[in-house]
Design a binder for this molecule. Structure first.
Ligand SMILES: Cc1cc2nc3c(=O)[nH]c(=O)nc-3n(C[C@H](O)[C@H](O)[C@H](O)COP(=O)(O)OP(=O)(O)OC[C@H]3O[C@@H](n4cnc5c(N)ncnc54)[C@H](O)[C@@H]3O)c2cc1C
Length: 451
């Protein structure tokens, strides 16, 4: 005999008889209400979609081929900044303050890049020997705003590297972006460049809205990975570098005075929130443009972090310590690096080399050398027009990139790129032909330090 198929009513009767339905009555009723078309008169109706909105990829001769298609134009702008990390947010604000219509696009739902999403909280690299702070301008303005917030920043004293709170910083960045009235698209991933000959004139983005285009007079690639300049065909180097997943642990204020000995690296460093530390991680060298390697490191790091925190908790006195959060964003230090008109070298730094086209002045890792100049040429591709690099992917030799990539050195190159992109858009010239003295003047007006 074929068993009788249970209807929803049968299930409700059965649950009622067993007394279980009473406990879920409200949920049951609500789900029934949703299922009842009479009670759903005011509910929004879906749009019926028949067929596809674009021709899908097809197998042709054993290969996967994507057919040519026209893209929806999402937006048009003067300056398009791709990537909302320290470099990108500063670039967008600087371009707007320099008078341009600006659009900032970020693949995640928050701003700040590795500074917030990567939980890289200590701001290193703005101080030089003699304890002078050289990285100023919009990034410094962010830190001044953090100072005004409860638990926004700690160790904010002359000559010291401060540590920020990621949530406070996300808030500050949103505030600044909204005050500036920028056009922003989050959850929007830059996947291609739009070219007119050798000139970049926008980028293609993928989001839940599909694949769409943004056209721009000038473009700043602040993706950290040089996704847009690479798509445009700009010469660059693809480097392997160590990556890691940062995390935060809590309840350190409950650790007893006579607690056992632990490897200090497991406990990390302080944050503005009492009892909460951030723990930096160093992993193997990876190619951060290889999705399989990104996956491996993420999986292994998550396992390792849990085990590390278990070790901490098993140590007498540390029982209450817990894993608060792993960074939503994997810590990729270096991947692509632009081949610029000028490539910065450690020799330039050590020789205190000066450049007529200086657009930023960088600091040292830990105040152990003098300030060094960043020429405009380090942001400009050798070969492709109308795009600038900003942040950790600007042109630098291997050791130099280690100095370039620290947060303040990223926000100052973002600052320079934003102003230059705005002026090139205004003057209708290619970014490589922008009048650098004009860029320097506006940067100084925006409180950047150029020496
Ligand atoms: C583990 C680790 C520890 C570090 N420690 C320190 C430290 O102690 N102190 C210090 O000062 N610096 C430190 N750094 C370096 C510093 O955090 C980064 O180099 C810096 O944040 C880089 O800034 P950025 O704006 O160039 O790039 P990112 O911070 O990487 O920002 C790039 C942004 O672009 C977005 N993006 C990327 N691709 C796309 C795309 N295709 N489309 C749209 N959006 C995109 C990203 O989501 C991100 O928001 C550390 C880095 C790591 C990884």
């Amino acid at each position: 005999m074929t068993p009788k198929r249970m209807t929803r009513r049968d299930w409700m009767q059965l649950l009622g008889a067993s007394g279980l339905a009473a406990g879920i009555g409200a949920v049951g009723n609500r789900s029934q209400a949703w299922a009842d078309p009479v009670q759903r008169k005011d509910a929004p109706k879906g749009v019926k979609v028949v067929g596809r909105d674009h021709a899908p990829a097809r197998i042709v001769g054993g290969k996967v081929i994507q057919p040519e298609r026209e893209l929806v134009l999402l937006h048009e702008t003067d300056v398009l900044v791709v990537g909302g990390g320290p470099a990108g947010v500063v670039a967008a604000l600087a371009a707007k303050r320099a008078g341009a219509k600006v659009t900032l696009v970020e693949r995640y739902g928050h701003l700040g890049g590795l500074w917030t999403g990567g939980l890289v909280l200590i701001v290193i690299g703005h101080i030089v020997s003699g304890k002078k702070q050289v990285c100023q301008g919009i990034g410094e303005e962010m830190m001044r705003r953090l100072e005004k917030l409860d638990r926004g920043i700690v160790n904010r004293k002359p000559g010291v590297n401060p540590t920020v709170d990621a949530e406070a910083l996300k808030y500050v960045m949103v505030e600044m972006i909204m005050e500036a009235d920028l056009d922003v698209f989050l959850h929007c991933w830059g996947v291609d460049a739009i070219m007119d000959g050798n000139k970049v004139c926008g980028a293609v983005f993928e989001s839940k809205s599909g694949r769409q285009a943004i056209l721009a007079k000038t473009v700043v690639d602040a993706t950290g990975d040089g996704d847009v300049f690479a798509a445009a065909g700009a010469e660059h180097e693809r480097r392997k570098y160590h990556a890691g997943l940062v995390h935060r642990i809590g309840n350190l204020d409950r650790v007893g005075k006579d607690a056992g000995q632990l490897d200090k690296r497991l406990l990390g460093s302080i944050t503005p929130v009492p009892g909460v530390n951030w723990v930096n991680m160093h992993g193997p060298d990876i190619d951060a443009l290889d999705v399989a390697q990104l996956t491996d490191i993420e999986l292994n790091a998550r396992r390792l972090i849990w085990k590390n925190v278990e070790t901490v908790r098993k140590t007498p006195g540390y029982e209450d310590v817990y894993l608060m959060e792993t960074a939503p964003q994997l810590g990729v230090r270096i991947s692509r690096v632009l081949a610029g008109l000028h490539t910065l070298t450690m020799n330039d730094v050590m020789a205190n080399k000066t450049f007529p086209d200086v657009v930023a002045v960088g600091g040292a890792w830990s105040g152990d050398h003098q300030e060094w100049q960043i020429p405009y040429g380090a942001l400009v591709p050798k070969d492709v027009d109308n795009i600038l690099a900003a942040g950790r992917c600007i042109s630098g030799e291997r050791f130099m990139s280690d100095l370039i990539r620290v947060i303040p050195n990223c926000f100052i190159t973002g600052h320079a790129a934003g102003v230059a992109a705005a002026l090139a858009a205004k003057d209708g010239c290619l970014v490589r032909n922008v009048e650098v003295p004009k860029v320097q003047k506006v940067l100084r007006e925006q409180e950047a330090y150029l020496g």
